[in-house]
Ligand binder design. Structure first.
Ligand SMILES: [Fe+2]
Length: 191
């Protein structure tokens, strides 16, 4: 009895009071928290863009971007789950008001492509930090996230290309809008 008590107390706990297998490198932890905020900010940005298209009767675009806002929230949730699994707490920082004024759809999708590229860069930095700290749990956690970003960049490039192809022609924009309403947003695949 005495022995098992000692064993129980020997388990390290993190700031959340939960059992913690490996302490986290301070800069990696800070980076993961910042990345969580970045995903929440991306969600707010997508939602603002969905509103922009909703105001212009392009319901397929609105639906697609609403879904993307949900995906970004889900990415933030995955980070929160990971921090909890590592015995850490999740700090929710203030978000900036998302941009709502845009000239046209092309400008929005160029911004989306850049946003996704920035998220990938942030993940790359986290990956380097995790490797430097010999934190294999974190590199394994980040692997599918980086993979997801490659797909997101690919999709954003595809939709930006299609919008450029349409050259703001209303009939062509309605064709893309109809496709998005049907959930067709994947780039061509040769596999
Ligand atoms: Fe994301």
């Amino acid at each position: 009895m005495e022995q098992s008590n000692i064993a129980t107390h020997a388990v390290a706990t993190g700031p959340a009071g939960r059992a913690m297998a490996q302490p986290m490198d301070a800069s990696l932890l800070e980076g993961l928290q910042q990345h969580l905020t970045m995903e929440r900010q991306a969600s707010a940005t997508y939602w603002a863009m969905a509103i922009w298209f909703g105001e212009r009767e392009l319901r397929g675009f609105c639906e697609y971007l609403k879904g993307e806002a949900g995906n970004e929230q889900q990415h933030a949730a995955q980070l929160a789950d990971y921090l909890l699994a590592r015995g850490q707490t999740v700090s929710l920082e203030a978000l900036a008001a998302p941009r709502q004024q845009w000239r046209n759809a092309e400008e929005i999708f160029a911004a989306i492509f850049q946003l996704e590229a920035d998220v990938t860069s942030s993940l790359q930095q986290l990956y380097v930090m995790a490797e430097r700290a010999s934190d294999v749990r974190s590199t394994v956690f980040l692997d599918p996230m980086v993979q997801g970003q490659i797909a997101s960049e690919h999709e954003a490039a595809h939709l930006l290309g299609r919008i450029r192809f349409a050259q703001a022609n209303p009939a062509a924009m309605l064709v893309i809008d109809g496709e998005l309403s049907e959930g067709k947003h994947a780039p061509a695949s040769l596999a």
